[in-house]
Design a protein around this ligand. Sequence first.
Ligand code: BES
Ligand code: MN
Ligand code: ZN
Length: 494
Amino acid sequence: MKFKVQDVPADLSGLKSECLIVPVYTDKAFSKAVKKLDKALKSSLGTVRDGGDFSAGLGEFLLLPIPRSSGNSQLQRVVLLGLGKSSSASLDTFRKAIDKLFAAIQSYKFKSAHLLLEETRNKKLATSSLLHEIGRAGELALYRYDTTLGKKPEAKAFAAVTVLCTKSAATNKALNDGAATGRGMNLARELGNLPGNICTPRYLAKQAQSLARQYEALKTKVLNDKQLEALGMGSLLSVARGSKEPARLISMEYRGGAKNADPVVLVGKGITFDTGGISLKPGAAMDEMKFDMCGAASVFGVIQALCLMKAKVNVVGLVAAAENMPGSQATKPGDVVTSMSGKTIEVLNTDAEGRLVLCDALSYAARYRPTAVIDIATLTGACVIALGHHASGLFSNNDALADQLLAAGEASGDRAWRLPIWDEYQEQLKSNFADLANIGGRPAGSITAACFLSQFAEDYNWAHIDIAGTAWHSGAKKGATGKPVPLLLNYLLR
Ligand code: BES
Ligand code: MN
Ligand code: ZN
């Protein structure tokens, strides 16, 4: 998508445009500029509004072709976009409206549109935030999965948005950063959507190397199974043992900030397919376990977005990648493995594999002297039971970090909700045969999973985001969402 900011012209009716999008609140009259346009259009806007054909409800929109005979040959269409009541307007409502419009506009034939941002006039809404959302929504609407379709759908026509508002370096940046966020989400969606027979640990490693070739500020390193063995990552390796696909630990170092500034480290769970291993999952909807690398995908998405934005921060992305299969060499329930930290783990359930790959990556993260480590994982079905699909689970050993992440989620419309990791829960991970067990029984399954991870993250500020309920949609809309890329970027760029 092409994005541009342009100053508002004095006379909108003279605007050369395939389509002018005019945001409207239910309880606010048109602005002077739109009134003037309406006059030039012989009151057609006012007529549909007053006649009740368009009531400006949230996300409602109406397309009005401008007949050539009206004498306005430059402007071909006007779209009125409902923003709902101005008193309940928020960035959230704007997001809903713009997402809906951009999704719908894709099926129209015209290729470009102007958006009269001035019309959103509202003290509660910062122009830069609105521009950010327009960029993100525009890119997001453009994405369609077609990589493994034999018959590719036609390329989309709609490909350019010009936002009419005061042009400046800041407004341009807000729009472009939003677009970069959208593109990062789309990369996360694409990696998530790719089937498990294509998107393997080695495929993810290639993806990282290809990103590093595209962006100068990025350095990639891929550790193979021999190197993981040498590092003592017995826990990560134990997950890959039942598969022909070897494990990989991928690091992507993005250095856009001060040379000696310590980085934030993001750690993504990259289980490219989770059968459960010997503790085999039931068959129903098992295909969705190709999405078990969506944590890793979000790390790729964030790194790409930072590169596109040329963000002035230092961030390391780590991806712990493996395929969880029940082969003859597979780890068995009761097996004891030794993690990089030296702690031994009794694998009571091979389906609790995410924590087994993450714990070694968390130990590895310490070498970057991180200011904070955030892991992102489709970790537990229990998190879906607790929070459903509207919030990711957040866990942290540091209140300030947790608060910043919660605020980043609110601000970006990609929310998280904090759950406790009190010592009382740690009791559930006790083992008679190892330093700890990899499961803590039925009660509070997401919390005991986080407690497990916390034992490998004691030396730094750490947070864990469980995205089991937010990373993908099931059913007719089956597909990856690109979450929590907006939350993470908002946190990193605050
Ligand atoms: N990848 C799954 C978690 C998952 C399941 C996410 C369903 C989204 C939907 C994870 O590896 C897993 O299998 N977790 C187990 C843990 C249990 C064995 C303690 C679970 O949630 O059932
Ligand atoms: Mn599992
Ligand atoms: Zn899993």
